[in-house]
Design a protein around this ligand. Sequence first.
Ligand SMILES: CC(C)(COP(=O)(O)OP(=O)(O)OC[C@H]1O[C@@H](n2cnc3c(N)ncnc32)[C@H](O)[C@@H]1OP(=O)(O)O)[C@@H](O)C(=O)NCCC(=O)NCCS
Length: 152
Amino acid sequence: MDKIEDAVKVYVLSKQFMSENLDAIVNIERDYSETWLPDNFMMDVPMKWELSRYASIGEKPVGFLIASLREDSIALHRFMVDPDYRDRHIGAIIYSDFEQACMKIQGVKKITLNVLADNTGAIEFYKRLGYAICSKRSDTARRYGMEKILRE
Ligand SMILES: CC(C)(COP(=O)(O)OP(=O)(O)OC[C@H]1O[C@@H](n2cnc3c(N)ncnc32)[C@H](O)[C@@H]1OP(=O)(O)O)[C@@H](O)C(=O)NCCC(=O)NCCS
């Protein structure tokens, strides 16, 4: 296989997979500043175990996306690609599968997320996927709200 993206497969991140592979999932975010505790990963929120995704190369999880349903929008809570596997379109591959699932849910108008204002790489990544900055919060960690409208 020539390109790594050809070896990447995307799956629904079920609660069972999360509990059985928590160490591998947590390891993916080893270089991220705001770490989550195991309880955050395992927490039940609406439609989380249907909407969330992970990517694998063979048996190795290399990225994940966690999301949930909120009335007429979907909240994207967390999105990480293993630092050793970034910039090979794995994030874009996971995202595409996720957005297709979002589109299938009746009544969902948009996807929303928060990103640290100094995370310029992620902001650029989301802009390329069609997101726009919609709010700027100035609490202790400065964050931007971003959203993508799926349908009016
Ligand atoms: C953000 C993240 C998920 C992107 O995943 P990735 O697999 O590296 O991104 P991709 O290779 O799929 O990139 C898709 C597009 O976004 C662009 N992009 C990705 N990271 C970028 C960056 N840091 N700066 C500018 N553009 C970037 C790519 O160039 C690519 O553009 P193209 O389609 O025109 O070639 C990954 O960098 C990551 O895990 N970052 C750390 C965690 C994080 O910040 N998460 C988001 C906040 S919760």
